[in-house]
Design a protein around this ligand. Sequence first.
Ligand code: UDP
Length: 346
Amino acid sequence: MKKILVTGGAGYIGSCTVIELHKAGYTPVIVDNFSNSDKSVMARLEKVLGFSPKLYAIDCNDKEKLDAVFELENDIAGVIHFAAHKAVGESVQKPNMYYYNNVNSLLVLLDVMQKHGVKNIVFSSSCTVYGQPDALPVTEETPEKTAESPYGFTKQICERILKDQKQTGQNFFKTVLLRYFNPVGAHESGIIGELPLGVPNNLVPYIALVASGKLPMLTVFGDDYNTPDGSCIRDYIHVCDLALAHIQSLQWLDKAPENACEVFNIGVGKGETVLGCIHTFEKVNGVKVPLKIGARRSGDIEKIYADNQKALQELGWKPKYTLADAMQSVWKWQQFIDEQIHNKKP
Ligand code: UDP
């Protein structure tokens, strides 16, 4: 069983990927400092997997400790690097925290990987690198725009760092950069999903909290965009489909030539409006989501969705879940966390 180090493996996408790794016959080893995840995820992962995955509760910026992990786990076949700060608004308030953490941790990781002869890396990038594109859907060739936030810029910098490894002439790293569109949904078990600390910024966890009565009302940020119902358009991808793309990326890397470094869009390839998402949630779950129309959120782009042909053809990846499936799974997960997690907190 090939051992895969998963940085940020206790987080939302990381924990779902740990499950998929196990299903695909890999041994996941988690590195996570729990800066944006709840420790209860480990017990829940154990329930789903039937065993407790190996965990190192360390910060990826700590070179000595990361080096010790690679020393102890001496046969790591590849790394999936999720660990990063990801809140756009916070990154505007605390840019240096984002640059130190997101950029530095990648540099530390690359050093340690090279020292230990680990070549394969799958990196979590984001469609945020495209900004508001001039034409839709976006392909991997669509030019990047100036990043709207320090968070977005860290993704552009990290992509560049990984692409630059090709120019060193060392033929060392083999890299897949996955540009995620909007990950939503929860694992079918209903016990693994997104657990935002505090009030969420993202649409879908906010919808679920309003539906469960924990928040009074959802504000739709603008209904005067140039879209069919006036609200923004995004490409919402089920987190389990997204998780699977990482497994297929690892398999792709095994066959890839020396020095390979490829970018793939991971989205369903179809746009949905904010109001469309809310209506889908209400319809599949039979619950109302009280809402009001508010002002546009600063920095929001009007519309974006992926051309995912490259991932379909080269990775052999295909999303199987619909937005309705995702919304159903989110509601199941919300009910679980209301009962098991929120009620237990003081
Ligand atoms: N959105 C909204 N109300 C909210 C949160 C988000 O109307 O409370 C909208 C937001 O303006 C955007 C879409 O939902 O058009 C997705 O936002 P999210 O923050 O989830 O993702 P991102 O902006 O990164 O695509």
